[in-house]
Structures are given as C-alpha cells and as structure tokens.
Design a protein around this ligand. Structure first.
Ligand code: GDP
Ligand code: MG
Length: 163
C-alpha cells in the first residue's frame, strides 16, 4: 500500500491550498474563513516518482480560541497514528503562534519524519521573517508558497528521497 502523508497545522495556514497544489486540481475547499475543511480529505498523488496518499485535515469549524488547541491536538494525534510522513504547516506571514509551539512539541516526540513548512512566503523579501521559526528547535524547514508554487519542487524532492 502507498505511504500516507498528512498535512496538519492551524486553520488558515494554507493546508488545503497545499493539498490542492500537490493533488493538481481543486479538491479541498480553500476559504478565507479559518478552517472550512470539513473532516478529512484524501487523495492519491500519482504524478511524482513515488505515489503517495495525501491527507488534508481540518475539523468542524469555525472554532473558538480555546477549542482550537484541543482540535489541533486531536488532529495531530490522528496524523501521527495514521501517517508515514507529516507536513506541519505554519503561516510565515502571521509568524509563530503558541498553538504552533504546542503542536511542534507533540510532533517532536513522534518517531516519524516531520517536514516543517513555513507557508505564504510568496517572495524573496519574506524569507527573512521565517528565521523566527528556528526557535522551535528544528534543524530544517521549507519556506514555501502553496499559492504561488514556490519551494514545492524542493519539498517534493526531499519527500521522494525518504519514501
Ligand atoms: P487551511 O485552513 O489551512 O486549509 O487554509 P486554506 O488553504 O483554506 O488557506 C487559507 C487562506 O490562505 C486562503 O485565503 C488562501 O488563499 C491563503 N493562502 C494559502 N496559501 C497561501 C500562500 O502561499 N500565500 C498567500 N499569500 N496566501 C495563501
Ligand atoms: Mg482547509
């Protein structure tokens, strides 16, 4: 069976946009309102060297601030159980948030490859802001723009290397 790659992260960081980008057509609903992804969305990605199953996660939202953390814990827990690889997406424009730190802390304990993705880095000028994310204690991250297809080739190349 194909390896499973799960996309996790706070609402509105661009998970569904990344999902659509990698699947190659619009399947997940992208919306400005945080977290319109309902439940979970699965697709098989066949266009790269190694086929894999991609999972977009969301929840039944909109959520209140205090529900957010709990929902992210559940979401991440599920992903850690079912996925072979985890894409943890953060928002490079908004910067690091307490919820990001909490989930990063959970993911650090899992014995699976985790890709730290700083999204919405649409151009060179924004690269600088992303250095903040190293305070999570991570060795490497990918700065990407799911919307503008920036950094996606590098991401896929690294993914193919471990699948
Ligand atoms: P999700 O809740 O994590 O699934 O986030 P969505 O994929 O629904 O995206 C939330 C918002 O962020 C939408 O308005 C997207 O158009 C926007 N967005 C997603 N990726 C990017 C990106 O790379 N750059 C910018 N500037 N906006 C993005
Ligand atoms: Mg979504």
């Amino acid at each position: 069976s194909k390896p499973i790659v799960a996309i996790v992260g706070r609402p509105n960081v661009g998970k569904s946009t990344l999902f659509n980008r990698l699947v190659g057509h619009r399947r997940a609903i992208v919306d400005d309102m945080p977290g319109v992804t309902r439940d979970r969305n699965y697709a098989t990605v066949n266009k790269y060297e190694v086929p894999f199953i991609l999972v977009d996660t969301g929840g039944f939202e909109p959520v209140t601030e205090d529900r957010l953390l709990q929902q992210m814990r559940e979401q991440s827990q599920l992903a850690m159980e079912e996925a072979d690889v985890i894409f943890f997406v953060m928002d490079g424009r908004e910067g690091l948030t307490p919820a990001d730190r909490e989930v990063a802390g959970m993911l650090r304990k899992v014995n699976k490859p985790v890709f730290y993705l700083v999204n919405k880095i649409d151009g060179e000028k924004l690269e600088l802001a992303s250095s903040d994310f190293y305070s999570l204690g991570i060795d490497s991250m990918h700065t990407i723009s799911a919307e503008h297809n920036r950094g996606i080739n590098d991401l896929i190349e690294e993914l193919m290397g471990i699948l």
